[in-house]
Design a protein. Structure first.
Length: 174
């Protein structure tokens, strides 16, 4: 059996993608061209958001003390940590593009994995712009019901996943 390294598999997938786009361009294959256009749009959107987000995250890393993160979001923060996650998650501008690097920084500074996963859940389902958009199209009642269901589910999922990984000694590789 041939053993493939992760880098070889990644290179193969990127090569197949590029070849697929090239063939789509040569033969005017509409689904392939749409895929290429969507890919380009996502890359451009990320390039608009990520540089500013990374600068802000770097400033956050320098300005916010580790003791503050541990006190408010660490293992001993209790319900206060989840309340902070619920408050901060919806305010993340840039969606999960920004929430994931910020979650990594929070964990490096001592935030509990349970709180970090809850934060990611809240950032994904409770974003303020998305919620306002939803209210305008689907109504306040629908949005309140969705939030009433989503918030406890994200909290339970964050606690369960964080607890599982902490129990099994999970460590982030640098």
């Amino acid at each position: 059996m041939v053993k493939h390294s992760k880098k070889n598999i990644q290179l193969l997938l990127v090569t197949l993608f590029v070849v697929g786009l090239g063939v789509s361009f040569l033969f005017d294959y509409k689904p392939g061209l749409r895929t290429g256009q969507e890919f380009t749009d996502v890359i451009i959107e990320m390039l608009k958001i990520l540089p500013c987000a990374f600068i802000l995250i770097a400033l956050f890393e320098q300005w916010v003390k580790q003791e503050t993160i541990i006190r408010h979001l660490g293992d001993d923060s209790g319900i206060r940590g989840y309340l902070w996650a619920l408050l901060l998650g919806p305010m993340v501008v840039g969606g999960l593009y920004v929430a994931f690097p910020l979650a990594h920084t929070l964990h490096k500074k001592g935030a509990s994995l349970k709180v970090v996963f809850s934060f990611l859940g809240f950032a994904g389902v409770c974003r303020i712009p998305m919620t306002l958009f939803e209210v305008s199209f689907l109504g306040l009642k629908f949005t309140l019901i969705r939030l009433a269901v989503a918030i406890p589910l994200m909290l339970i999922a964050g606690i369960a996943l964080g607890g599982f990984l902490e129990k099994h000694g999970y460590q982030i590789k640098e």
